[in-house]
Design a protein around this ligand. Sequence first.
Ligand SMILES: [Zn+2]
Length: 220
Amino acid sequence: MKWIVGLPKFGIGALMAVLAATLGVGRPAAGQAVRLGVLMDRPRQLLEAAWTDDARQVERAYCVTDWSYGVYHVSRVAPIQDDTVFRVFQIRDADVSNAGPSAVDFDCPDGMPELHIHTPTTCMGDDVTTCASGGLNAYSCQPSRGDLEKLVRRRDPFAVLQCDLHAFRFYYASEYGPPNVVASGVGARQRVGNLTPAMRYDEPMSKPAADPGSGSRATP
Ligand SMILES: [Zn+2]
């Protein structure tokens, strides 16, 4: 999700434009176009300071104690498209009941979205003594099935995982969709052969009626 990591690199002007466009908010947009997640300076610095490449580490977990969202109206005419920008201002350690190198059991109070760490290691099962830095399972920036199921169960608007020193991945309940979402998406057609659902189509995706890239959220 490079655009999440890249957002803070926008110029101040572009950031202010996003802020200005996100004022006057009701609730997270229903006609969802894009969700953006931003980890503000304080929690980012805290997480970066806690980050380690140590092979013998277990996952860590935090509760988001202060956050906000704003809706950015991309298009006010049909098809109405709104983007939502989530900002995390403050986190605290979560009460962890059990932690291993590939999972952490914790619960945050209602209303506090959750954040956890994916360790930069590869292990044999859940035995931390078998872990090595790097390898196949390091830097996995996708929420696991368990992560997504927990998010859906909690009904939080977002959750975050850190998968590398500077990499913070926001994820949303909409990522846990019905199994045929990808195959039946707009522009999809039946394919045969050795294709996986994640493969891109050879032909360009159809463009939306209103270009969500236009407006004040421009590149510097
Ligand atoms: Zn996870």
